[in-house]
Write a protein that binds this ligand. Sequence first.
Ligand code: SF4
Length: 492
Amino acid sequence: MKRTLFLNPPSYEDFDGGAGSRYQATREVWSFWYPTWLCYPAALIPDSRVLDAPPLGLGVPETVAIAREYEMVVLHTSTPSFRLDAQTAASIKAARPDVTIVFVGGHPTAEPERSLREAPAADVVVRKEFDHAVVDLAAGRPIAEIAGVSYRDGARVVHNPDVVPLHSAALDALPFVTDVYARDLDYKRYNSPYCHYPYVSLYTGRGCPAHCTFCLWPQVTTGHSYRTRSPENVYEEVRRMPRLFPEMREVFFDDDTFTADPARARAIAERIGPLGITWSTNSRANVDCETLKVLKDNGLRLFVIGYESGNESILRNIKKGVGIERARRFTRDCHDLGILIHGTFILGLPGETRETIAETMRFAREMNPSTIQVSLASPYPGTHFYDWVREHGYLAVDQMVDTSGYQKCAVSYPSLSGEEIYDAVERFYRSYYFRPTYIVASVRKMMRDPRERRRMLSEGRDFLRTMWKRRRAATAGPTPTPVAPSTATPAA
Ligand code: SF4
């Protein structure tokens, strides 16, 4: 086996863009996802190491000094960080010319040929889920025989057939990813603003049955079939976690939609409930009340819910599959049961107008989740949303983040400019968090729990600093002008 380094490369300061982050950007508050996708194959290759540079604060020179000790570097990259990652790969190659550099992630999956062209230091792209292909590469199996791989052959790029996604039983057969976290990562360097710190996340399944047009992973890497680990297998991993991470306060099941199979969600909850562990997860706003009760009774603290918009037509345009009324009923049930919600919203989706933005702000206040996240619609290559904005000439800029890694508005519509959408994010946050009722509730929460007080004050500081930086970037940056639709088509 080649000595292999699994690398989340350094990029922008505090950039949350690793192999576990769905939407890569510098966040409003301190946030790092676990590089879970890199840790699975790392568990299968003896003497490998996962190096997650951003949470460690490592720069390119320190990273290269470590990477040059390895024969193969598997580098996770993304659309927003790609240019910097290509430079990092070049620095590693310059330090060790015989190294094999493998690019993985949503961006090279969607655009393998372009990725190899724009990152000459990358030798290979592994598309989609890369667990076993990377092991085969490390073992020296002939590249032509490895499914899911794209590579150069002289002047042309060869694309081997896609890998067959791991089915449920094969997921159970994978090693526990948390063992690799314990081996290579410091769990206290990871934070999610809505999880109790320190948290540890893992997947109990892969893929999402929903078809949201903007969503990267199910369309590009993981697919629309929800492949799941057995409740027993999940229980076995969770049971060991307090020993591996003694100060862990919460487990986060980071499946795209943990509740997509309610019976299985209940089975997992009932299995882990007796462990007394607090957990949170992602869900759609369509879970029945009976299931919610079972989850809550067995340790569920918080749901991350993608409401996306408060406008029914936009929800239809993006194929959300959950309408306003269903979301209202679900949210009422959660409030009644004491399940907290982190609600996520997106501005700039197809059909957005000034009125729909105001409607979504009102809807957010009506749903009243405990925290919110407001993102700019980001057209990732490989998604229907990306194809749509290109076809209509609505792609305003080709970079999704600014020079600090903060989200830029990449879309601009004839009746709603990118600047207006960008500015609305801050108005949204202010209209939500600066309400007297919200402030009073937050003060009460801080008085009840000193740990929450510290966390909320620190996040409040981060948040205000970010808003200030966004405003500065907006006044300094050029006005985005729509670019002509490209004739190139996404490869995936
Ligand atoms: S439900 Fe969530 S994870 Fe699934 S496709 Fe929609 S946005 Fe993506």
